[in-house]
Ligand binder design. Sequence first.
Ligand SMILES: NC(=O)c1ccc[n+]([C@@H]2O[C@H](COP(=O)([O-])OP(=O)(O)OC[C@H]3O[C@@H](n4cnc5c(N)ncnc54)[C@H](OP(=O)(O)O)[C@@H]3O)[C@@H](O)[C@H]2O)c1
Length: 289
Amino acid sequence: MTTGMAELRDKVVIVTGASAGIGEAVSRALGAQGARVVLAARRTARLDALKKEIESRGGTALAVTADITEEAARASLVMATMTAFGRIDALINNAGFGQRGPVETVPLDNIRGNFETNLFSLIGLTQLVIPVMRKQGSGRIVNIGSVAGRIARPLTSVYDATKHALEAINDGLRGELRPFGIEVVMIEPGFIRTEFLDVAQRLAEPVLDDPASPYARFMRDQHERLQHMLKYGASAAKVSDAIIKALTASRPKARYAVPAHARFFLVLRWALSDRALDWIVFRQMGLVR
Ligand SMILES: NC(=O)c1ccc[n+]([C@@H]2O[C@H](COP(=O)([O-])OP(=O)(O)OC[C@H]3O[C@@H](n4cnc5c(N)ncnc54)[C@H](OP(=O)(O)O)[C@@H]3O)[C@@H](O)[C@H]2O)c1
């Protein structure tokens, strides 16, 4: 059994996607608890502002501009962390986005791009961090998955597929790394109010904005419905609380679904037949007449 980081003070934690949403919220919380936070994302100005904010409250932060899809950027991120702090206690693999659209029309390059960020880059960074943690004899890797990693839906199944694949990698890693004192945990958020939907919409438009598409009406409806449902979404701080729990528990659970509606959806997935679940999901997506 490995001991958790009951005390986060001085622990070195890398957070990818720290410039917005869930990553920003958990970075703030980690800074407030005295962890040394390494903030990684592409938008430098946002990282710098967050670093300043954390430091103004007495915390310690390092901002590293990094596009995690670039091999060299991943290496520099790990190098900068080791140079500054000499160790890595935790890695929070959070950076990600959602490619929307029907399978028929999303260009393969966009599908590959979504896998590149949400899965391959995450694996690449994890591969660099594992040897450091193994040498230390301890560490914690927290992967931000999604309820969409357990339930796939029409018009978002490309993104859902990246998160389904991450579930498998997460489960494999959990067993592979336990002998070395490294715990691997999955967080499965439901609807969370962040920039996620806006980014997804912005990325979907150039490739899917064809009014003549047979899917155009469904795409529009889906966007409106998701925007509406987001009103009932939880705050990023709620997910941050679950991540802190995953970091500090002496024996973390394999997965934490947050908030309550996420756990409810997973119970439905488990309890209902495919036909019954289809009826609920397709209706909710406006695909049932
Ligand atoms: N919001 C939800 O409802 C929800 C639900 C379930 C799971 N999730 C998951 O939660 C995670 C965080 O999403 P969020 O909701 O907080 O969305 P968000 O507000 O859009 O934040 C996404 C973060 O990822 C970073 N990022 C994206 N591509 C990157 C790249 N190539 N290199 C480095 N950083 C990159 C962005 O930073 P830059 O643009 O500055 O690079 C940003 O900081 C994602 O993995 C998402 O799939 C979200």
